[in-house]
Design a protein around this ligand. Structure first.
Ligand code: PRF
Ligand code: ZN
Length: 378
């Protein structure tokens, strides 16, 4: 009997442990088991790691960026190549960020109006304009499985008045994004983004407004923007469990292994963060025994694997002494091997979380990681 193909956007929660959820999200390019960590492939490539290697370490989905792909090589060029999946040879799900955050974090010259945001290219200084409709059209050309709405990510330290006005505009932009691609127009999913800074009541206002719009999922934006960790956790604990239970929840751009566990504990299903790949390139490696700084002299003649409890190609094949040598010699293989390992560590963290939630042992898993990665909040 042919099994009926489930509709993209279908989200099923199989088990819970406290607020933590074990779920499955259906997309046009297959199912995603949650909680999930999503490697970041800003320019349509995860830095230093091929799609073949990504599959070997069990990546279920990767991220791409509207902002970068629009500027180079151009979303229309990508569309002419048959979309990003085909262009980049990645046949599993892809999520694209809307570009709002990148414009706000990368651009010093930008102008925000009700219509959208004007900015200059980081590549050649040329002027561009992102409206809510434009970023959806770009993400449509890219052909991602999950599109994000255009939002304003309010930095840390903005006052209440600014934050309140900003979230209202983010809501109006979110409506315009949905109107540009109404439910049922195709296989792509669209997530709304809750803003509201570090004011709990404003976070609730943002959520109440956004839940009126029929999104397939909801993200928490505006965290990990330079605030003290307790402030981030405070908002996460307040708003995470309040997001619609029947929809996937995504915490944008967060974070360390313990931040991800804190997110999961507060009901978040999806995570992305550049930490594993960025740190891999500067020699900071996450292991089951704690962080390893591979440049240190103590590893010069250390023949043991980087992480005895890791199943990745790097740990199965090479010694710390060799990894240190590659790093010191600035060999390109260093970036590749380190990235494969760090990504595997983050992917395994979410695999273990899925397992633990099913077994009802999520609290024990957190303790295990807190013993190695010191808890920032007691
Ligand atoms: N909005 C969008 N992308 C993001 C963020 C956001 O607030 C963040 C905040 N950590 C990361 N990426 N659109
Ligand atoms: Zn490894």
């Amino acid at each position: 009997m042919s099994e009926e193909k489930k509709k993209p956007g279908t989200f099923t929660v199989h088990a819970t442990d406290g607020h933590a959820r074990r779920g499955t999200l259906v997309t046009a390019h297959g199912e995603i088991q949650t909680p999930v960590y999503m490697p970041v492939g800003t320019q349509g490539a995860v830095k230093g790691v091929s799609p073949r290697d990504l599959k070997e370490i069990n990546s279920q989905i990767i991220l791409g960026n509207t902002y970068h792909l629009y500027l180079r090589p151009g979303d229309e060029l990508v569309a002419r190549r048959g979309g990003l999946h085909k262009f980049a040879n990645w046949d599993k799900p892809i999520l694209t960020d809307s570009g709002g955050f990148q414009v706000f974090s990368l651009e010093s010259i930008r102008k925000i109006t009700e219509q959208g945001v004007e900015f200059r290219s980081y590549l050649d200084g040329s002027k561009h304009f992102f409206s809510p409709e434009k970023v959806i059209s770009i993400q449509n050309n890219i052909g991602s499985d999950i599109m994000m709405v255009l939002d304003e990510c309010v930095g840390y330290g903005h006052d209440r008045d600014y934050t309140a006005k900003s979230l209202e505009m983010t809501t109006r932009w979110a409506k315009r994004c949905r109107d540009a691609y109404p439910v049922g127009s195709g296989d792509q999913l669209m997530f709304g983004i809750v803003q509201g800074g570090f004011h709990k009541d404003l976070r609730e206002v943002s959520l109440e407004q956004l839940r009126e719009i029929p999104f397939e999922g909801f993200a928490i934006g505006g965290l990990s923007v330079g605030e003290p960790i307790p402030d981030m956790y405070d908002i996460l604990q307040h708003i995470g469990p309040k997001l619609p239970e029947e929809k996937p929840r995504y915490l944008m751009g967060v974070g360390t292994p313990l931040d991800i566990l804190e997110g999961i504990a507060n009901g978040v299903d999806m995570f992305d963060c550049v930490l594993p790949t960025r740190n891999a390139r500067n020699g900071t490696l996450y292991t089951s025994l704690g962080k390893v700084n591979i440049k240190r002299a103590q590893y010069r003649e250390d023949d043991s694997p980087l992480d005895p409890n890791c199943d990745c190609y790097t740990c199965r094949t090479f010694s710390k002494a060799y990894l240190r040598h590659l790093y010191t010699a600035k060999e390109l293989l260093s970036y590749q091997l380190n990235s494969i390992h760090n990504l595997r560590f983050f992917l395994k963290l979410t695999e273990e979380a899925r397992d633990a939630i099913e077994k009802g042992t999520f609290a024990d898993l957190r303790k295990k990681y807190e013993a190695v990665y010191e808890s920032p909040v007691k």
